[in-house]
Design a protein. Sequence first.
Lengths: 207, 555
Amino acid sequence: MNTLTGYLRQAGTAVRFLLLATVILGLAYPLAVFGVGQLIAPYQANGSIIKDDGGAPAASALIVQATADDAGTQDPNWFHARPSAVAWDPASSSATNLGPNEPKLVDAVTANRAAVAAAEGVKEADVPADAVTASGSGLDPDISPAYARLQVARVAAAHGLGVDTVKDLVDRNTSNGMEAFLGQPSVNVTTLNLDLAAAAAGSRPQQ
Amino acid sequence: MTFNTASFLIQVSALLLALAALHKPLGVYLARVFEGTTSTRPERLFYRLAGVDAGTEQTWSVYLRSVLAFSAVSILVVFLLQRLQGVLPGSGTLTGVDPWVAMNTAISFVTNTNWQTYVPETTVGIFVQMALLAVQNFLSAAVGIVVAVALIRGIARAKTDRLGNFWVDLARTTFRVLLPMAVVAAVVMVIGGVVQNFSPTDVINQATGTTQSIPGGPVASQEAIKILGTNGGGYFNANSAHPFENPNVFISLFQVFLLLLIPSALPYAFGRMVGDQKQGYTVAAVMGTLWLTSVSLTGWAVAAGQGTATAVAGGLGEGFEQRFGAAPSAIFAAATTLTSTGAVNVAHDSLPPLAGGVAMVNMMLGEVAPGGTGSGLYGMLILSIISVFIAGLMVGRTPEYLGKKIGPPQMKLSAMYILVTPILVLALAGITVLLPDVMTNVPASGPHQFSELLYAFTSGANNNGSAFGGITSSGPYLSTMLGIAMLLGRFLPIVLVLALAGSFARQGKIPTSAGTVPTHGPLFGALLLGVTVILTALSYFPALALGPLAEGLLQ
């Protein structure tokens, strides 16, 4: 009996404690971080959105953008990102979660390799690993400089731009310095394709 | 993707230096919070509104009753409100969460596991994320810490039946420790690129013709406490691999630092509170040695890059984010499983088999290097008690720990503590393997299938929450069994720890004599390390041999 009333009294305290804590931790705290974020870093807080010439949102600098149609056929005009378990759609995010010895993964990697080699007109052996493997999020906008270099000739031809011009664009969208040392040199395909479109149209996108 | 060894070594060293620099000031602060006797004005108001009598201390059984009542109420509230999602604000078109998933998620977040059997993007809206899940990220972390504090008090005190007041400890830990640190961490994350808003942005790339709905949400505020409180439940399905949770390698490294921060400062607070700093240093040194060994092994296994698919791809890549690369992913994978965090910045399922195996061993060690917030320390203190008992047997001395006699009742409690998670993991995984219908939810082939299952129960029972994500655990059987693993894996140890704290507090203090086995210094540290590793190996070696070892060694 004593234990039961003890538990009931504790449960009453628990409910009140939880309710009060929710007001502070579940409401005031995220709103405060929201306020500070909008004040000191609105670009990042709102998703690193890049606007086009007309001022309309065109992309998030952090999220991959599909360059393939619904059937998965890649558009040869653009730089291609890595394979994605969620078809480059940020409505969801996922890895393939296939084990390193999984036959299904071996098949997928083999097929990706053949497709990339055919699209770029190179030998299968020249296709880098990141081009044939899906990222952990499915939304990774980055590729290796090697995979970017592989695509330069095709993209330059598609837009009637010089190979050196496109190489410059790749360099400008490649991480460097400390970021490249802690991680690895990477090329952001989302911003690269925006720069490419702007170069092709003879103008620069605004951030 | 190549493994940059120089970068790996520099990042590991930077982490160790940063933690070494901060563990003392933070440890001093933590000890002050737990030893404080005065309440601030807002705290007094909070206590009055919550009906907390801040002036009275509780016996161990009342303290435990408070822990259990608070956790039970939390589970019920989180479960019921998920079910009611459709009628709650901020949920958009989302409806009530499936009952099995809601049950699993409620247990998961209240036990500091944060196993996610749901896909956040399509299951939970801003209300559930912000008002339920993020709140439990704070409170479950605080519960772990206060249980450790109660054990420290039991050791530090003599001839009393009082261990402190759970509600006061919970409020102080939440509002004086976790909340201020989370605010700072969240702001740093926003500056680094983590989003904090309340609506998605529709974007149209006129050039490529791509249209997307870029997701929004209060991510930074949740991310900060997810990491700091060693929770690990992601705002998005891909967790810390998602660009909006972890936009670049700097934030990734910052997250590893944050998830190690509180657990690695608690040993200093422990040393200070028991009045013998050497005790704290010894525990911290053992944690650090285990951490460094495990991180190195993970780095080695990732660099080796075993796997037929990896060979066909010409290197690592599957499951890795290009913007992080191999070394930061290896460090993250080790740190998240050595604590009870379970956030991931790389798909663990696709890691080279031995790296996945090390991640499992990290959890099987009981997550004590440095472990979850609070749970890492109390796990290590139990292992210290077992070590001192074994040392006592070897040299024929009465086992004592910090002036407390380790008699049969204390040994029974400690031994039971050590047995809880291995029994849960091995029994539940063993039973499940025999159910062919359930195993269709574990689709991997070869030894990797058993690895996926073993990882799931290891993660659940040790309250980690990371997964070999190929498993589908949203069905009634697996969500229930994993729910049981999480629930018992969390609260049985807490019952035993608080009972032990109570039995210590009642004892007097035995003065140190020539016959006392010292529980500090390299000799005891080595013994503690050995006991930790051997207990884990004895419990889990056969299971590991069937999964990751079979897969890794048969290459």
